[in-house]
Write a protein of this length. Structure first.
Length: 178
C-alpha cells in the first residue's frame, strides 16, 4: 500500500487533513471507557457501537494487534462562535458523511479493514439496541473512543495535529489495514 497515495485520495475525497497511522501506537485505555460509562455523550447503553454493547478493551486490543498501518482522516471546521452548537454538529455530520462514503470505497480495496469513526453511530434514526440486532452491521462503525483510544494521543503519536487553532473544531476517524 502506498501511504502517500492513500493520503492524497483522502484529501481529494474532501477530508481537511489526513496522515499515516502506525497501528503499534494504538493503546486502548480503561479511563476512556470510564468516560463512556459516565455517559458524557449520552450514548452509553444506547447503541450497538458503544459500550457496554461493543467489545471489551481486551477484545479491542486483540483486534488492533492484527493491523500494522492505516490512515487518520479529519474534518476541521469553524463554528460561528463558541456557542454555535448547530455549526459544531454540522462539522461532525460532514465528517461522518465523508467517513462512511470513503469507507465504502476503501472496503472494496481492503476487505479486512477496520474503520473507527468519531462519535456515536448515526446510521439509523434509532438504534435497534438492545432489543434487536444491528440493522447495518456491514456499515456500522464504532468510534475511536468506544475502542478505548485517546484521539488526541493517537494524532500526536502519528504526527497529525489534533487542534488547528482557536475557533476551530476537528473530528477524527481512522481506517486500519492489514
Amino acid at each position: 500500500m502506498n501511504m502517500e497515495a492513500l493520503i492524497d485520495r483522502a484529501l481529494a475525497f474532501g477530508f481537511s487533513h489526513a496522515g499515516g497511522l502506525d497501528a503499534a501506537t494504538l493503546n486502548p485505555r480503561p479511563e476512556v471507557r470510564d468516560m463512556c460509562a459516565a455517559d458524557r455523550c449520552r450514548s452509553y447503553g444506547k447503541s450497538w457501537m458503544c459500550p457496554p454493547a461493543c467489545p471489551s478493551l481486551e477484545e479491542n486490543k486483540a483486534r488492533l494487534a492484527k493491523y500494522k498501518t492505516g490512515i487518520l482522516v479529519q474534518t476541521t471546521g469553524t463554528p460561528e462562535d463558541d456557542f454555535d452548537l448547530e455549526g459544531m454538529v454540522e462539522i461532525g455530520r460532514e465528517q461522518m458523511r465523508r467517513f462512511h462514503a470513503f469507507h465504502k470505497v476503501l472496503r472494496a480495496e481492503f476487505p479486512g479493514m477496520l474503520a473507527l469513526g468519531s462519535g456515536v453511530c448515526h446510521l439509523c434514526e434509532a438504534c435497534a439496541y438492545p432489543g434487536a440486532p444491528c440493522r447495518r452491521p456491514e456499515d456500522a462503525v464504532p468510534s475511536m473512543e468506544a475502542f478505548g483510544l485517546v484521539v488526541s494521543d493517537t494524532c500526536r503519536d502519528n504526527g497529525l495535529k489534533y487542534n488547528y487553532g482557536p475557533g476551530t473544531m476537528t473530528f477524527t476517524g481512522c481506517y486500519l489495514v492489514l
